[in-house]
Design a protein around this ligand. Sequence first.
Ligand code: TPP
Ligand code: MG
Length: 342
Amino acid sequence: MASIPTQVRKSLERHGLSDEQLKTIFRTMLLQRQLDNRGFQLNRQGKVPFALGSEGHEALQAGAAMAFARGKDILAPYYRDLGLSIGIGLTPYEIMLSIFARAADHNGGRQFPNHYSSKRAGLMSFSSILAAHIPHAVGAAYALKYRKESGRAVLVTFGDGTTSEGEWHESMNFAAVHKLPIVFLCENNLWAISTPLSLQMGQPNIYKRAEGYGMPGEQFDGFDPLATYDAVSRGMERARNGGGPTLLEGVCYRFLAHSTDDNDMTYRTREDVAERRKDDPVPRFENLLVESGVMTSEQVAAMKQDVLHETNEATDKAEAMPFPTADDLYKHVYEGAWEPWQ
Ligand SMILES: Cc1ncc(C[n+]2csc(CCOP(=O)(O)OP(=O)(O)O)c2C)c(N)n1
Ligand SMILES: [Mg+2]
């Protein structure tokens, strides 16, 4: 099984990132964790029916978001990508509109919670059906190539379990044959709800499958935002410059249950999770930034306060918004306002 390095790096390998960019990555990680927890809290308060958790994915998503070229690239995410979504420009208010399913949400409050979309941010709408978005992402990459829009690429993400789906394999093959501008980013958290990686695949190193399709593959520490940024930015640059697709695998861990509807204590123990928590990417990156002098402890504390304040404001503002009404139940579902009973 893929292992997670436990060493906190003392020296900072910044891969060309400025102090401001490093702080932006850290802020995205803090905001993701805060919003993530808010979704679970609101569910337990009976205010929202469902929320997904992404704790443990912060480094991977904030690092990948930093490699995304806003206004150019396209993101085809999956349901656990809260951090990637805010990292490429979605606001906490937009996240909360989705979680509260309010009419002002980009999907009109009609999508599953945590299923964002945004034309402005270049974030493609996606489905809860595992891997269904991957052929769509490949289609978008095909369109970029067909239209000769070089300098742009697609970033598509998915979990480890999703690599067992037929669409995943078909998409990998098609992208390699046509040398499409796309990066396949696997967020390997070692679980697919209750199915551990060892029961999902015989070859636990997902990145090694790349060779079978004829594209480069690389694995990195998904608890390290800078290793993630390095791998994803190289893959995206290659794609933007006509070099074709890449398969990347970031190894992380899912600290929370799969969703608010799941009880993970039925298939793993508190001790299992506590062991992985020792490598928690959020305090790990905080220590690195303080130890290497990018931020002081006081600046970190102020940033945490600011993130909490922003989350509270977004929560209150979204909660006060109206639900969609029955009138628009079929809006965006059937073309030309057609209704099934007509
Ligand atoms: C085609 C399909 N089969 C099953 C499900 C039910 N399901 C939802 S999430 C999930 C686990 C996916 O695990 P993984 O791809 O590793 O992503 P993770 O949730 O761990 O981030 C399953 C089986 C589904 N949504 N779609
Ligand atoms: Mg998984």
